[in-house]
Design a protein around this ligand. Sequence first.
Ligand code: GLU
Length: 473
Amino acid sequence: MTTRKVRTRIAPSPTGFLHLGTARTALYSWAYARHHGGEFVLRIEDTDVARSTQDSVDQILASVHWLGLDCDEGPIYQMQRLDRYRAVIDQMLAAGTAYYCYCTPEELTAMRDAQKERGEKTHYDGRWRPEPGKALPPVPADVPPVVRFRNPPEGDVSWDDLVKGRITINNREIDDLIIMRPATEGANNGCGVPTYNFAVVVDDWDMNISHVFRGDEHVNNTPWQINIFNALGAPLPLFGHVPVILGDDGQKLSKRRGAVSVTAYEENGYLPEAMLNYLARLGWSHGDEELFSREQLVQWFDGQHLSKSPAQWDPAKLAWVNAHYIKLTDDAKLAALMVTLFKRRGIDMAANESLNRMCALFKDRCATTVELADWLAMFFVDVNPSAEDLAANLTEAVKPAVQTLRGKLELAEWSKPAIAAAIKETLAAYGLKMPQLAHAVRVLVCGRAQTPSLDSVLELFARDKVIARLQGV
Ligand code: GLU
């Protein structure tokens, strides 16, 4: 355990939506910082200029906010720190821990091709790496150089991964990485652009990051980063590499296999509490607890009990967790969500007491808020009962009873007991069983044969609407 102040970060690249995997490591980083009374930093790794977009930055910030991961610092943008990276590069060049390399892309391709032909693993062969007594090639006039890190030639790089345990890589397996690319003419005030493995180290150093939780696709980058930290004399953070999330087909969760962004789940009617709970549990456990609040997560998340094996995305379990949180959500809060959801469908409505009661009546049977909106649609838009439902439920025997009920409802006090009484009287008058009449009325008024109890549902409609839908049958 380190004695440093706990400072964690997430560092998404703004080349798309916030991926579920990144959201999960963000969540772990955030919870770990909050657990220890530390700080959580948001950094935008936008050095891939060709692929980074403002739209993506906006989506990422919105998703982080939606999940409730409050940041103590940031967003900090790497592209606003180019001067700092340049200054560190200059220090490293002066110290001999970095050097210019003038290889052209063609030369590098030829180098790799030759290595492949010889059956070797492709690597930079160190032709511009300065060594005592070594004569470097003459500097070409027209090749803008990249800067490479002078990786230690031998010895091991090891770290105690917070998730995977001890990991050791021999330096002979690591080549001299490009850490800065030349400035494209006219861009970035002539500053070169750092590569990921270098910028991430300078940032984690400058931002005093004590713990790095990230996806295990970065395990192979960590030895380079550790070597750069060491070359800079910077304190090392602890690293925790979290295994990937697999789709239900056992393959890495990817766009082709369904929704992978936090935004998609928000749009599809999942609540942030449910996503937080489900994502946290996916790859971490606290005993047998499946349902826990944000506060419990913060209380329990101490970086232990992170799973070493990949987690499997389970839509059915997520739906179950979401249903749980929908049930727990206050009716007025759900009503406000409904206003937003219906607005997206082009329907304006007010969040009022009646909408609250509609939410209360249907929320127990919904896995998503979109499903809840689908239920509530019967109150706001015309219903279209299917011919099948009509034929099955609106039999000749039931039709006169429906009309009698309509007559009674026209006169009844508009309350649940009065509606219940009207239904009961009608059943008695025609010798019908409840389902016979109720199904027919539901199909006509609600557009479907199954709903919560008929009197509770009818009461939430305006009387005129019920009468109109029962008319002329
Ligand atoms: N920008 C990197 C990514 O999105 C960050 C990796 C890291 O956390 O170091 O994968």
